[in-house]
Design a protein around this ligand. Structure first.
Ligand code: AMP
Ligand code: ZN
Ligand code: FE
Ligand code: FE
Length: 299
């Protein structure tokens, strides 16, 4: 069983359509794929339709942009009802905040002498629910200003760079509770790296677990061998689910090929069992994993 629980499509800042993502996962020999676009369930329908006639099990998820003690933290949510009002309201605020800053960032780039328009960004965002910095980066690549997304972030768009503009991020603990209320489970993405908790102490993870956190992403390209060992030990001590994933963005991120990190099948079974419990407790109508293999469905 090859299980990859963190991937992006064009619904956010990946470069594959949701259907292309499913086919790429099959070519990569994956058995289980989670689609986890930033702050949206928009790609779920197309991905599920593409997966339906295949052997691939699709797990609907998302990666939510949150804030905790002044840091931006990415929270993976699996199998939540995305229409649960407290969750939907936070997602809407993040997406609106992302779209609302585009004119300001374009104006800052213009101020640096770069001839870019909001239309250039819109064209680079085709299929996405909101234009983010990666789409501005893609527009800069198309205009020949930079070679790739990395250079765009390093020179203009990253934290502290001249075209950077902050946006709304949802309070982490609020979102953990909202995901649980929506009948889903939550996993901190790349906790040791950028967009993570820094180098979290076990006590910090225990606090978040008390709020309802289900797991942490241990095997991720942003984590070296020592970070993985430390996170795995903390997950074991606390009883948090430990996942591993690629964070695939298609051509939008190098060195994140599908299946480059995977999740242990036993950990995945625990995640699904906890999701089934959360779903029952919530009383919400939660999404199902899609698979032609009935024995993979959560009880
Ligand atoms: P936004 O939410 O619009 O600010 O964009 C966040 C996205 O930008 C996430 O997908 C990050 O992975 C990506 N990102 C953040 N920093 C960098 C960077 N230095 N290089 C490439 N991508 C980045
Ligand atoms: Zn991304
Ligand atoms: Fe992330
Ligand atoms: Fe991601």
């Amino acid at each position: 069983m090859r299980i990859d629980l963190h991937t992006h499509s064009r619904a956010s800042d990946g470069t594959d359509t949701p259907a292309e993502l499913v086919h790429a996962a099959l070519r990569a020999g994956l058995d289980v794929l989670a689609i986890t676009d930033h702050d949206t369930a928009d790609g779920w329908g197309e991905a599920a339709a593409a997966a339906r006639e295949t052997g691939l099990m699709l797990v609907p998820g998302m990666e939510i942009s949150t804030r905790h003690r002044g840091r931006g933290v990415h929270l993976l949510a699996y199998l939540p009802d995305p229409t649960y009002p407290p969750l939907a309201a936070e997602l809407r605020k993040v997406l609106d905040g992302r779209a609302a800053r585009v004119p300001t960032m374009v104006a800052r780039l213009n101020g640096l002498g770069i001839d870019i328009t909001a239309d250039d960004v819109r064209r680079a965002s085709a299929g996405a629910v909101a234009s983010g910095r990666p789409h501005i980066a893609d527009a800069l690549v198309t205009l020949g200003v930079v070679r790739d997304r990395t250079e765009a972030f390093d020179r203009y768009l990253g934290w502290g760079r001249p075209a950077h503009v902050d946006r709304y991020a949802a309070p982490l603990e609020t979102v953990i509770r909202a995901v649980a209320g929506a009948g889903g489970v939550s996993v901190i993405a790349h906790p040791w790296g950028r967009g993570g908790l820094g180098r979290p102490e076990e006590a910090t993870l225990a606090e978040l677990q008390a709020v309802g956190l289900t797991g942490i992403e241990v095997d991720h390209q942003d984590h070296d061998v020592a970070a993985r060992a430390r996170l795995r030990a903390m997950a074991r001590d606390l009883g948090l689910v430990a996942t591993g994933s690629s964070d695939y963005h298609g051509a939008g991120k190098t060195d994140h090929d599908l299946g480059c990190n995977t999740t242990d099948p036993a950990e995945f079974e625990r995640l699904l069992a906890l999701a089934a419990e959360a779903s029952a407790r919530s009383g919400r109508s939660t999404p199902q994993v899609s698979s032609h293999c009935d024995d993979h469905r959560p009880a």
